[in-house]
Design a protein. Structure first.
Length: 119
């Protein structure tokens, strides 16, 4: 049953990641990977929120591992960072790493704080 919940969550998260990335890239034709940055920060906030709630393991499987796991993307973040560096935009690559890690951790912390305030 858990595997099915994870798969269902992922089936929702992956298309949302793709659509969000495309929508953002259409509006911001920039070298910086704003779409990946956005979904990773949003997913970190949601996962921090979910992890801090007294939730049932089924909810964490569906929304945490499944949805957030498919919404966020470490591999695309890594690929885009390498692509920036290889294209000569080394400063943007460093900014991407620093901003993504800082914003992701901050978003997760914010999600925890919000969940604790609501509990």
């Amino acid at each position: 049953m858990t595997l099915l919940l994870v798969a269902l969550g992922a089936a929702l998260g992956a298309p949302l990641r793709y659509l969000t990335d495309r929508a953002i890239q259409i509006h911001y034709d920039a070298a910086f990977p704003w779409g990946t940055f956005t979904v990773n920060v949003a997913g970190s906030a949601l996962l921090g929120f979910l992890a801090a709630l007294p939730a049932h393991s089924a909810v964490l499987a569906l929304a945490g591992s499944g949805f957030c796991g498919a919404l966020t993307t470490y591999s695309t973040f890594a690929y885009e960072t390498v692509r920036l560096a290889e294209s000569g935009a080394r400063l943007l690559a460093v900014i991407n790493v620093a901003a993504s890690v800082t914003a992701g951790l901050g978003a997760a912390w914010f999600g925890v704080v919000v969940a604790q305030a609501l509990a």
